[in-house]
Design a protein. Structure first.
Length: 101
């Protein structure tokens, strides 16, 4: 299965509300491993993350961003070296049973 086949429906928003400055963030994997990173271009629909080193990541993970410690369910859209683009998933993007359609 390719990455595009596994990609869920994502709510996309326009460019308003984008925060260009970097914010500390932390990826939390299902295994309990935490990975620190910097979140750039954070918007209501997603962000660009920069890791300290290239790291193999699952397609989905939890992401905590900034001093407000907002927690988002994230899905990977692209990866290039130490950077990745993620989209935030929302409950209404999932089926009634909580699984992707």
């Amino acid at each position: 299965m390719s990455l595009s086949d596994a990609r869920p429906r994502i709510r996309r928003f326009g460019g308003s509300g984008v925060t260009p400055s970097g914010s500390p963030a932390r990826l939390r994997l299902a295994t309990g491993i935490a990975i620190d990173c910097i979140a750039h271009n954070v918007s209501t629909g997603g962000a660009r993350l920069k890791l300290e080193a290239p790291t193999q990541l699952p397609l989905r993970f939890k992401l905590t961003i900034g001093v407000n410690r907002e927690v988002h369910q994230a899905v990977v859209c692209w990866i290039e070296g130490r950077e990745l683009g993620i989209a935030f998933e929302f409950e209404d993007d999932l089926g009634e049973d909580g699984a992707d359609d």
